[in-house]
Design a protein around this ligand. Structure first.
Ligand SMILES: Nc1ncnc2c1ncn2[C@@H]1O[C@H](COP(=O)(O)OP(=O)(O)OP(=O)(O)O)[C@@H](O)[C@H]1O
Length: 445
């Protein structure tokens, strides 16, 4: 590699926050970046050019494992030191002729996330008092900003469209706004995905009796009121607004702009006073591009995007305590203690179902907790972290040993099996590929 290319590569590696280690196929360290120096307290000058096995127990080295198996690994949880928590990704590297030339590991330090979560989970009393009803967790900067912004809009009656994946808390924020401005008035929901599109117009604006050619005794003066009337001075929350038919969208945009609307089949303008809130998924712009969502309606709203839970993990501990506290009261059970592994798993999982899924998991933990301790086994399969020790279980006999011992044991096994590698591998309790790899590594062929 050219000197200047190497300088660039070193620059990049030192710039990233994750600890990066590159070894050649003999296990000799070629790159060791600043984050790795910091994580392990070993300076570059000391480790580069040396076998990594001289510095770490082989059993904790993902790099050997991926070179032996030829397969990358992702998100393996490890605590290299008692107070350090990392997630490791590692991959073998092959040249153009598909020969193994080394391996790279990237370790993401999640210590601060785990520590913060641990502190909060394990001492719920330190949380801020519950200031808002309904209580909105807002430890992350994004949620704090959102709640501040919404609080400021409370007096203005401006329409707000919440954009976010399912379960990020759009409706919870709508309830929050209701509690700020119009708690004594109705909070009505209109779910556009739950009603046949043909009925939405009438449900929203009401209709003129003659128009639908029906007569119902509950109707006054020949008209039926809609949710815009029924919400009075409160809030109308229009859920999944992307599923609203285009003509209804246009009528709604006009209604919001003019603060008055027309009944279906009616000619008389009717004023309304409720505040309109709405929700949709984060890709609503795509519906505008394919002309299924009205630009006019889109720009009528103040837009508030709510990030996915995985993008605001600072909220996780407080949400956990909040749900566990609620359940503890309902079930009359104490709040369980969560092990550090469990906290790391909760903080690093992707949460595709966001708070719906998170709440379910908390319910499950609460129901399962017989004593007060929750460990990894109590978590659903999809959430469980693979720990490094589990990962190495298979090749335990060898990986716990020093290189010197390992070399001796392989030599011994080969002697006892008259050089039959398959039998030697069996004797050592490792795969044949693994034995071939180790023999090459130690020049034992
Ligand atoms: N910031 C928060 N603090 C406390 N609880 C929350 C928060 N956000 C959401 N929740 C709770 O999480 C659950 C899911 O939230 P919510 O129903 O508001 O999500 P949503 O985005 O409206 O979902 P969907 O799009 O599927 O309707 C609810 O029980 C809600 O009370």
């Amino acid at each position: 590699m050219h000197q200047y290319e190497k300088a660039f590569l070193n620059g990049i590696l030192d710039f990233v926050n994750d600890a990066v280690t590159c070894v050649n196929r003999e296990g000799v360290v070629i790159f060791w970046n600043r984050a790795a120096e910091h994580m392990y307290g070993i300076p570059k000058e000391q480790i580069i050019g040396k076998r990594i096995g001289e510095f770490f127990q082989k059993g904790s080295l993902m790099l050997y494992q991926v070179m032996e198996t030829g397969c990358p690994v992702f998100q393996v949880y490890h605590t290299p030191q008692p107070d350090t928590h990392v997630l490791i990704n590692a991959t073998p590297i092959f040249n153009d002729s598909s020969e193994l030339i080394g391996a790279i590991s990237v370790e993401q330090n999640i210590t601060s996330t785990v520590k913060l979560s641990e502190d909060l989970f394990q001492s719920p009393g330190k949380q801020n008092p519950k200031i808002s009803i309904p209580f909105i967790v807002q430890r992350s900067a994004q949620m704090k900003q959102t709640v501040d912004y919404l609080t400021q809009t409370a007096k203005l009656n401006v329409p707000i469209l919440f954009l976010g994946e399912t379960g990020v808390g759009k409706q919870a924020l709508a309830y929050f706004l209701h509690s700020l401005g119009s708690a004594g008035d109705p909070f009505l929901t209109l779910n556009c995905e739950a009603l046949p599109p043909g009925l939405l117009d009438a449900e929203l604006f009401g209709y003129q009796e003659d128009f639908l050619n029906v007569h119902r005794p509950d109707m006054q003066s020949g008209e039926r009121q809609g949710k815009l009337d029924h919400a009075q001075n409160g809030i109308l929350y229009i859920k999944n607004i992307h599923a609203m038919p285009l003509p209804t969208q246009v009528r709604l945009a006009n209604a919001i702009r003019d603060r008055r609307f027309f009944r279906v089949g009616g000619m008389k303008p009717i004023s309304f006073t409720c505040r309109i809130l709405a929700s949709s998924h984060p890709n609503l712009m795509n519906h505008i591009k394919d002309d299924t969502f009205s630009k006019e309606l889109y720009y009528t709203f103040h837009l508030v995007s709510i990030p996915a839970l995985k993008d605001r993990i600072e909220d996780i501990p407080e949400l956990g305590i909040h749900f566990l506290e609620d359940l503890s009261v309902k079930l009359g059970k104490p709040i369980p203690r969560l092990s550090t592994n469990v906290i790391a798993a909760l903080a690093t999982y992707e949460w595709p179902g966001n708070l719906h899924e998170f709440k379910n998991v908390m319910e499950r933990l609460m129901l399962q907790a017989k004593e007060t301790d929750i460990t990894l086994e109590h978590l659903p399969e999809s959430l469980r972290l693979i720990t490094l020790s589990e990962f190495f279980e298979e090749s335990k006999q060898l990986t716990d040993l020093s290189e010197e011992m390992e070399r001796k044991m392989i030599g011994e096994a080969l002697k006892r099996t008259n050089g039959n590698k398959a039998n030697a591998a069996r004797l050592l309790g490792i795969s044949r590929g693994s034995l071939y790899y180790k023999m090459k590594l130690y020049n034992m062929s």
